[in-house]
Write a protein that binds this ligand. Structure first.
Ligand SMILES: [Cu+2]
Length: 143
């Protein structure tokens, strides 16, 4: 069998383009388990270690019926939250998902969302790259 340079390049592109890991690190990742299958909020810090902006566009996990990007804000003393389409992380920059701001919202949490356990979350970026992070499951008090 002969292998042409073009085919090698094409195979490399197919293998690397959609599944390439984004140049990010994820730390302090945890999710707050609530009683009675209430939505569980997830928090983490994302750092862009690359030279280009990365834009987080979606998240997913088999541990939730649906996982969304949300942002809480204080509107005249009333806390509200809304869906977010994209979260940009500048080169060398850090964005914190933390109570009162950006968070992940896990609807229909499965039995995996049990304090002391952990879940795996896929983070997908606008350029098609992705990364996977492990989130520790904490209780309603965040412990
Ligand atoms: Cu929310």
């Amino acid at each position: 069998m002969r292998v042409y340079g073009f085919e090698i390049a094409l195979a490399a592109a197919l293998l690397s383009a959609p599944a390439a890991a984004a140049e990010v690190t994820v730390s302090d990742a945890w999710i707050r388990a609530m009683p009675a299958q209430l939505p569980a909020a997830g928090y983490f810090t994302i750092r862009n270690t690359g030279a280009k902006e990365v834009v987080l566009v979606s998240v997913g996990t088999p541990a939730c019926g649906m996982l969304m990007l949300h942002k809480s804000s204080d509107k005249g003393g009333m806390e509200s939250m809304e869906d977010v389409d994209r979260v940009a992380v500048p080169p060398g920059g850090t964005v914190s998902f933390a109570p009162g701001g950006y968070h992940l919202m896990c609807m229909q949490p499965s039995a995996q969302i049990t304090p002391g356990g952990n879940i795996v979350v896929a983070l997908k970026f606008a350029d098609g790259s992705r990364t996977v992070a492990r989130f520790a499951v904490r209780n309603a008090q965040g412990k």
